[in-house]
Design a protein around this ligand. Structure first.
Ligand SMILES: Cc1ncc(COP(=O)(O)OP(=O)(O)O)c(N)n1
Ligand SMILES: Cc1ncsc1CCOP(=O)(O)O
Length: 531
């Protein structure tokens, strides 16, 4: 181990943890590591679970000799003796390994010490004990390590809580467990605390070690990290285009999007409840989109490749596997995902399902009524009665802003006034009509309208951003979709042939089909609150 007193500054952005048992047939260990280093790995951990000490030391020495040519530090997993004997840059400790305080005494001051964390308590303890970095995980299920014990998978939500505990400490953090080139962007976007504390990197075993092309795999991971870092510096919710929003600007963008939807005709893939399927497909068509209601898990990968928007309205809470796959594939294809957690506060099953879905994929938008948004925000202020809400929030703006920060997405609270936020700006929209409350699925078709507009806005986005999960300004798209539905409802309710909810619904479809940019500009009632 280096006896230097000065701790080196480590770039944790792409942390390769080795696993020789995963190497593809014919690929040698050192060839794999060298290709990965050339691809952009910035730190290497030698993790050997089944070798005797002498062999472990030999592997460590060979790895250090190679990595030093790339100026990349090597960390040793678990074994302080091997770290000392090989002169490695540091060690990585698990929760049941030697206590950090003792390891610190045994190693030179320059040693980098990392600790595995699965809970917020682990993270707080690691900070207190002076860890240099923490490995947060397992984020997802993995076959590389046994994570079958309850609590071994912390998920995105767990990583957020741990990152919150690191705020202001200088302790670096990497996410580990099931992270790969396909989900790395979603992982980076999701693993951010509500205060904005983000990951310093990702740690990967099998995606690189088992790859026939470690150079390509590592390059992809490294480039994604770089693109994400650049995007993150642009706004609070990372994938959003940070802009100064004004009432006039929102109305103009919403008016423009009316025609954009008809021009680009986005595929609007909807996994929604049986009560509203026909209605939702008709709303999509009337707006100018192309609906497809498809819930089988096996078809999600193909559908996600077609540009457009995805709505996941878990209504009667079935087809969960399809919902999981749909969101994951949508994230991989950088398509907007609108999540409508219908009645999430009504049962513990619904709460658990929402948590599972939100751990698996990153929503672009969460929309809900007061009870649904309250349940996700852990607020007692508004009660659920089935899928309906009892009461309202004292400070709805604060609720949507905070929930948007927690989930790194746009949050829309629907009601007589709709509140939407990207975690910074809050937009209030006051169009619509009370008769919407008399038809079933008014909230569900609002989700459809939003998915349609988000899909169109993402297709039409002029400046694709590699580090973003979705292209285009999704806050404006949500505002536009909401205005389209509520303004059409207002116009439909005013028609002379509309005598009640039965005649209102067909009139609403007609008004959606006839909606003009001018009607949006002339009718939109918008207020903007900036922080
Ligand atoms: C970066 C990083 N994070 C976590 C781990 C897991 O370490 P540990 O808990 O000691 O489990 P084993 O790796 O020993 O199975 C890690 N190695 N690296
Ligand atoms: C070592 C370790 N610690 C938590 S999960 C894990 C294994 C991660 O492996 P992979 O990147 O192949 O999922």
């Amino acid at each position: 181990m280096s006896t230097d007193n000065v701790k080196r500054v480590v770039d944790f952005s792409l942390y390769l943890v080795t696993g020789r048992n995963l190497l593809p047939h014919g690929k040698s260990y050192l060839t794999c590591i060298e290709e990965a280093l050339r691809g952009g790995v910035t730190v290497v951990q030698v993790r050997e679970k089944e070798v005797e000490t002498a062999e472990f030391l030999e592997i460590a020495n060979d790895t250090i000799a190679l990595c030093s040519r790339y100026n990349v530090p090597v960390i040793i997993n678990d074994r302080i003796d091997v770290a000392l004997a090989s002169g490695a840059a540091g060690v990585h400790l698990g929760q049941s390994d030697m206590p950090l305080a003792i390891v610190r005494k045994l190693l030179p001051p320059s040693a980098i010490i990392g600790v595995s964390c699965t809970t917020r308590e682990h993270a707080l303890k690691a900070v207190e004990e002076g860890a240099d970095y923490v490995g947060l995980g397992a984020i997802y299920a993995t076959r590389t390590k046994d994570v079958s014990a309850p609590g071994s998978v912390c998920g995105i939500a767990g990583a957020r809580a741990m990152l919150g505990a690191l705020e202001g400490t200088g302790v670096k953090a990497v996410a580990i467990g099931g992270v790969n080139s396909k989900n790395v962007l979603r992982t980076l976007h999701g693993c951010v605390s509500s205060t904005g504390h983000a990951l310093d990197g990702v740690a990967v075993v099998s995606d690189i070690m088992a790859s026939p092309e470690p150079y390509a795999t590592a390059s992809c991971l490294a480039q994604t990290f770089c693109a994400w870092s650049a995007a993150v510096s642009r706004g609070p919710a990372a994938f959003l285009v940070k802009a100064q929003y004004t009432r006039e600007g929102i109305a103009a963008a919403a008016a423009t999007l009316v025609d954009t939807v008809r021009r680009v005709r986005p595929l609007v893939h909807q996994i929604t409840n049986n009560v509203v399927k026909t209605q939702s497909a008709n709303v999509t068509l009337a707006l100018g989109g192309s609906p497809i209601m498809a819930e089988a898990e096996a078809e999600q990968a193909d559908l996600a490749r077609v540009p457009g928007g995805l709505l996941i309205n878990y209504g009667t809470v079935d087809a969960i596997d399809g919902m999981l796959a749909a969101g994951i594939h949508a994230n991989q294809n950088r398509k907007p995902v609108v999540f409508d957690p219908v009645g999430v506060g009504a049962t513990s099953f619904r709460r658990a399902t929402a948590a599972k879905l939100l751990d698996a994929w990153q929503p672009t938008v969460i929309k809900g009524n007061a009870a649904e948004i309250g349940a996700l925000a852990d607020s007692e202020e508004v009660k659920a009665q089935g899928v309906d809400s009892l009461g309202g929030f004292k400070d709805a703006s604060a609720v949507v802003r905070s929930l948007a920060r927690t989930h790194r997405c746009i949050v829309l609270l629907s009601g007589p006034t709709d509140y939407l936020s990207d975690g910074s700006t809050v937009i209030r929209l006051s169009n619509g009509h009370a008769i919407l409350g008399q038809i079933t699925g008014a909230g569900c078709v609002l989700g459809t309208a939003i998915a349609t507009y988000c899909g169109a806005a993402s297709i039409a986005a002029s400046e694709p951003c590699e580090g973003s999960l979705v292209n285009g300004d999704m806050l404006l798209a949500v505002a536009a979709g909401t205005l389209a539905l509520t303004i059409a409802a207002q116009r439909a309710a005013g028609r002379k042939e509309v005598r009640g909810p039965g005649t209102f619904l067909p009139a609403l479809i007609d008004e959606l089909a006839m909606l003009s940019p001018g009607a949006v500009l002339g009718t939109a009632t918008i207020d903007v609150e900036t922080e």
